[in-house]
Design a protein around this ligand. Structure first.
Ligand SMILES: Cc1ncc(COP(=O)(O)O)c(C=O)c1O
Length: 432
């Protein structure tokens, strides 16, 4: 960051310098709105969402009480209601809260599941509880483990398994409490069979959570929403509009199928904030439902985008990202130097693949080739970042060596950008 001083001084700096600093901040940062930025599940820059963020910052208020955020609190209620309907809870008195990201929404799911079964946790703590086990699908996001660590359950008590094995591996002194199914896994974009998992949860009285942080947006697509069939049977759902729906970071909803549970679980009734004798209906003081005190206004940008696009606008956006994923899948299938991790049409917008440089094609399948292939994606990524032309993520997964994970959620991306990416990978990697 040549010439960009980050040092802070005692005296104010001139306006001219402040403006240069603003330009440099964007200049040296990563252009996540660029049509060839594919690195993360959240990408792109929606101008209405940006306007929403500016207005929220202008209002500079706090979500904890209706007293100081009346409009935003009502907007949150409207949004939650809309999302409940899409999940299939239109007829139920459901609840929810916008939280600072999918990780925190998933944490809420474990928190309320535990409180529902063991309300004494709130006052007595973990010492009063038996051992509890949480179950996650094999490719679930690491945030459930994190929640187990934060909530004193322990990561050893999070059991990752294939759906048909649930409950087979629980020590006899453990209480199975909770299952988190994933609707759109982080790396593969895969969907767990929600109805089958719901059957198991019903049979054994387990809390069913659906982590739809990534795939939740598909509920807006009439063509693709069937992939979430069974979500209506969940007790709670995480849905991040800041991913597939392109809402600027951050915007994540935690939805729960029982009114009052969040409040009972988290409320502390701080007298200085939640006075019971205010002149309005104090159930609109939603702040005590959360594990925070102050809470950022994340709802307005989503509300504004929904107003400006309508549900159908989000549907078009999401279908377009899915079409780009299908296009990439077909391109990879037809190109000699690429190999798909799965030879199946993408379920979401994730497409995972290896680039096989010509030198490697000569080596027969086996450990030697695997070892070399493992180094290809990181080397290409390093060159990609040095050149600044595009950005895509890679990782190993299970027994698979490093592969590229492409995801589409950026509305600015076109087919020509997909072609560019493949050609760029070949250009940067053909000598490896
Ligand atoms: C399936 C899934 N759940 C949860 C998360 C966590 O979301 P956040 O980054 O908003 O905390 C992610 C993030 O990629 C995810 O893919």
């Amino acid at each position: 960051m040549e010439g960009f001083s980050l040092e802070l001084r005692d005296q104010p700096e001139p306006l001219e310098q402040i403006l240069v600093d603003c330009r440099d901040t964007l200049k040296y940062g990563v252009k996540t709105g660029h049509p060839r930025y594919f690195n993360q599940l959240s990408s792109g820059l929606d101008i209405v969402g940006l306007a929403g963020e500016w207005l929220s910052a202008t209002a500079n208020t706090n979500m904890f009480t209706y007293e100081i955020a009346p409009v935003f609190v009502v907007m949150e209620e409207i949004l939650l209601k809309k999302m409940h309907e899409m999940v299939g809870w239109g007829e139920i008195e459901a609840d929810g809260i916008f939280s600072p990201g999918g990780t925190i929404s998933n944490l809420y799911s474990v928190l309320v599941a535990r409180y529902k079964r063991f309300p004494e946790i709130k006052t007595k703590g973990m010492a009063a509880l038996p051992h509890i086990s949480l179950f996650v699908s094999e490719h679930s996001h690491y945030s459930i483990k994190k929640a187990a660590a934060v909530l004193g359950i322990g990561t050893d008590n999070v059991i990752a398994m294939k759906e048909e094995h649930i409950l087979l591996a629980i020590p006899s002194d453990h209480i199975p409490l909770y299952v988190s199914a994933t609707a759109g896994t982080t790396v593969y974009g895969a969907f767990d069979p929600l109805d089958n998992i719901a059957d198991i949860c019903e049979k054994y009285g387990l809390w069913m959570h659906v982590d739809a942080a990534w795939g939740g947006g598909l509920l807006m697509s009439r063509k693709h929403s069937f992939k979430l069939n069974g979500i209506e049977r969940a007790n709670s759902v995480t849905w991040n509009p800041h991913k597939l729906m392109g809402v600027p970071l951050q915007c994540s909803a935690f939805l729960v199928c029982e009114k009052g549970l969040l409040q009972a679980c988290n409320q502390m009734c701080a007298g200085y904030l939640f006075q019971p004798d205010k002149q309005y209906d104090t159930t609109y003081d939603t702040g005590d439902k959360t594990i925070q005190c102050g809470r950022h206004v994340d709802v307005f940008k989503l509300w504004l985008m929904w107003k400006a696009k309508g549900t159908r606008g989000f549907e078009i956006l999401i279908n377009k990202s899915l079409e780009l994923a299908e296009y990439l899948y077909r391109e990879l299938n037809s190109r000699e130097n690429f190999e798909l991790v799965f030879d199946a049409e993408p379920e979401l917008t994730n497409v995972c693949f290896w680039y096989i440089p010509p030198n490697l094609r000569r080596i027969p399948n086996g450990p030697e080739r695997e070892k070399l292939l493992h180094q290809v994606a990181p080397k290409i990524k390093t060159r990609m970042i040095e050149e600044g032309t595009t950005m895509v993520s890679y990782q190993p997964h299970g027994d698979k060596v490093n592969f590229f994970r492409m995801v589409f959620s950026n509305p600015a991306t076109r087919k020509s950008d997909v072609d560019f990416l493949l050609e760029e990978i070949e250009r940067l990697g053909k000598d490896l």
